[in-house]
Structure formats: C-alpha cells, structure tokens
Design a protein around this ligand. Structure first.
Ligand SMILES: *Cc1c(COP(=O)(O)O)cnc(C)c1O
Length: 442
C-alpha cells in the first residue's frame, strides 16, 4: 500500500487512542526509529519528546534490547505460564526483586500497566478475604490520579476526569483530596498536602472496615494532573494505612525507572508500599509488559486463605520475548548512571522553561527529574501544535492544559535544547478556544 493509501485506510477504519473516527486529528506514518528519533515515511524525523508515552527510556530500538528479543525469538516466543516457566521470567523476577524496595520480592507478570493495577487491587481484596475480612472490598485513591483505562483502573482515576461517561459500570471507591504542588524551597512545609492526609484520615476513620487498600502514584501524578507532590505525604499515608490495617499500593508505572530522578519515585520518602506496580519503561518501551510486586506478608496471607490460589492469569502472562526485552532494559538501567543523566536533563529543562513562567497564557512551569511541564490557560489550536512539531522536528503531545516534555533519559543537550525551543514556541502561540470535547486528551 502506498503511504497515502495507508493513511487514508487508517483514517477511515482504525481507532487511535482517545480519538474519533469522524474527522480524526492527523496521524503521522512512522517507518523506523532509532535513539531519540522517530523517522517518518516522508524521510523527516522527529525527536520523541514524550518517549512514546513515557516508556522509551533508553532510546528507540536500542541495539541491546533488539538483540535480546531477536535471540529469545529463536528459542521460545511464547509458552503458557500455567504449567510452565522459563529462564527469562525467572531471571526477570529475580532482577526486579533486587531493584524493588526491600521485601517486595513476590512477582506477578501482567501484560500492560492497567492489568498490573487490576492485579494489585485483586491482591489487596484477596489479602483481606484471607484474613476473614470480606467486607473490605473498596479502595481509596487520590483525586488527580490516573491508573489506566480498564474499568477498575478508571474507577480509581480522578473522579472528575474523563470517565464520568462510564459511571454506570464503575464501582464507587473513595477519594482523598489531591495533594498540592511540592514546594521544594520550603522543606518541612506540610500545608501543601495537609488536605490529602486529613481527608484520608477521615475516610479511614469512617469507612476503614470497608477499605482494602490505598492506591496512589507516588510523588508524580502524571496523566491526569502533571502534578509533583511532597514525598512526606507518602510517609503520612503509610502511617495512616498501618493504623487502620489497610494496604498501601504504589503505582510506579509512570514515575518509576528514574523518570523523576531516583529509580523509584517513592524512594524520596524512605517508606515502602505493600504492593507496587511497574510498567511503561520496564522493557525500555520495546514491547508491552508490566508487573505487580508484593511483599512476603501479602503473598503469604493470600496463599494461606481460601482459595489459596491468587485468582488471575492472562493468556500472555510472562511472555518470553517481553521478559527478554525487560531483562536487557534492566541491565541498561543498572549499567548507566541515569541519576546523573536525569539530573542534567532536570537542570536544562528548569533553565530552559523558566522564562516561560511570565507569559500571559502560562499558569505555571514545573520540572522534576526528566519531566518538564508548562501549564497553560488555554491550549493553542491544533494547527499551531502541528506547525510547531513540523518546524522544530520535535514530537510533542500536549493534552488538557499541559505542554510537556518527558524525553528518553538518554536525550543529549542539543536535542533537549530543540525540545525546549519547540515548547517555548508553542507556549507563545495564541491561546485556542475553551475546550469541551477536544482532541487534547492524553
Ligand atoms: C500509563 C499508566 C497506567 C496504565 O498503563 P497501560 O500500560 O497504558 O495500561 C497505569 N498507571 C499509571 C500511573 C500510568 O501512567
């Protein structure tokens, strides 16, 4: 099929994420990718400033990961995980346990981030069932959070977000207030997150006996709010959970693997969760895989209950190609000094984006690790976004009120400078109309 015919077919018949099939926003035809660049059919290339939705940590088509997939594909592409195991899964579980916070060494492999969150929730429920508390079948999440697109994940994501449409099939969980912005110049100042811990405390006092777990994205509320909050908030959440016999689940799918600096975002807090989900950058953005890690206490309690089996098992569980990719990716995380690289990206984003703070259409600028966010009053129109992408050769995917960069962690100074220029250009464009049903979803 010619490029034009492919694009026409795509436009008529294929849904894209959060897009309409009627007059959909344009898509670009990607042919190949290498490092930070996505190469288009027309020969142009774009710097991937969003790491293809935050997963391409080491750059696209990393030779070590490609080679690991190639080698594994010559031996075993897939085998059911019911009744079989294989080296890539065993080795990956072992490596993940070494990297995870202490004690989280029990691993469930899932095929996507959303599924790993579903699994975490089911673990929490089964844990309480095993303890003879079947009434604890609801969860608490934070307003402003995002945990995926399947129905349980939607029900845990910001209640004022885009999921009101499906209210009819969603369980009503509880929500604590959204934590305010982390002001790193005022250490010890709890006022920014007091509303979160106070509302959580009230919810646990009133409904503790119905609640199995508290779930949150540690430090970085990504897809719904682009909000960085104080790690001290997690310390207080841990205390409250312990007081009420409630499990604490950290969703590190977006923030994990150095996106905010440390390997795990929650490492800044000094406390550990009972269950943790990882995904996105796990395979360095080469193939889908996620995992739910649980503590020995959670695992042993579930195993001591009735049923003793943990009740989940997807068809492609622990797919060997994905596990091989993840192993190669973890080796890159181990052997590269990503903390310093991310610190350099953070400095350059901070300096580069700071001047935008005074612009009339800009509400705020914030940077943490390899994530830089410019919050605008109103998003420029799509034509401006497309012009900026094409002129600068930088792929941006702004959504809601956020123009942002979350580039691959290997992005060099020159490429990052181009990303900053593209964002600066876009932030200076004329504000677009008030959004209603816009195509600026994440
Ligand atoms: C992206 C994301 C998910 C969902 O992962 P998928 O692989 O898209 O299902 C869950 N939680 C967080 C924090 C995410 O950013």
């Amino acid at each position: 099929m010619s490029a034009l015919a492919s694009l026409e077919y795509d436009r008529a018949f294929i849904w894209h994420p959060y897009a309409s099939l009627k007059d959909p926003p344009p898509v670009r035809l990607a042919k190949s990718a290498r490092g930070v660049n996505i190469v288009l059919d027309n020969g142009h290339s774009l710097i991937d400033a969003v790491s293809s939705w935050w997963c391409v940590a080491h750059g696209h088509n990393h030779p070590a990961i490609v080679e690991a997939i190639r080698r594994q594909s010559g031996r075993l592409c897939h085998v059911m995980f019911g009744g079989f195991t294989h080296e890539p899964a065993v080795e990956l579980a072992r490596r993940l346990a070494e990297l995870a916070p202490k004690g989280l060494d029990r691993v469930f492999f899932a095929d996507s981030g959303s599924i790993s969150v579903e699994v975490a929730a089911k673990m929490a429920i089964q844990y309480h069932v095993a303890l003879g508390r079947p009434g604890r079948n609801r969860l608490v999440a934070l307003k402003g959070g995002y945990h995926g697109d399947t129905s349980l994940c939607m029900a845990l994501s910001d209640p004022d977000g885009m999921h009101t449409l499906f209210g009819g099939i969603m369980t009503r969980h509880f929500f604590a207030e959204k934590p305010g912005r982390w002001n790193r110049d005022m250490p010890g100042d709890r006022s920014a997150f007091a509303q979160t811990t106070e509302s959580l405390s009230r919810l646990l006092d009133e409904h503790g006996r119905e609640i199995a777990a508290v779930v949150c994205e540690p430090v970085f509320q990504a897809a719904n709010a682009m909000n960085f909050y104080d790690p001290e908030c997690l310390v207080e959440m841990r205390k409250l959970c312990d007081e009420h016999g409630v499990l604490l689940v950290f969703d590190e799918i977006a923030a994990g693997f150095h996106r905010t600096g440390p390997l795990w975002a929650h490492l800044r807090s000094g406390i550990s969760p009972d269950i943790m989900t990882v995904g996105k950058a796990l395979t360095g953005g080469h193939v889908t895989l996620a995992a739910t890690l649980a503590s020995e206490e959670v695992a042993e309690t579930i195993s001591g209950g009735r049923p003793s089996a943990f009740m989940h098992g997807p068809t492609y569980m622990a797919n060997p190609l994905a596990c091989a990719a993840a192993l190669a990716s973890l080796e890159l995380f181990r052997s590269s000094d990503y903390e310093s690289r991310v610190a350099a990206i953070e400095r350059q984003l901070r300096e580069g984006l700071a001047p935008l703070a005074g612009l009339p259409n800009v509400r705020g600028v914030r940077v943490l690790g390899a994530a830089g966010v410019v919050e605008v009053e109103r998003m420029p129109v799509r034509a401006d976004v497309d012009r900026v992408i094409d002129e600068h050769g930088v792929w941006l995917r702004p959504f809601s009120n956020f123009i942002y960069a979350m580039p691959p962690l290997v992005t060099g100074e020159a490429d990052l400078a181009r990303i900053v220029e593209a964002i600066s250009d876009l932030a200076r464009c004329e504000p677009g109309p008030e959004q209603e049903d816009s195509d600026f979803h994440e």
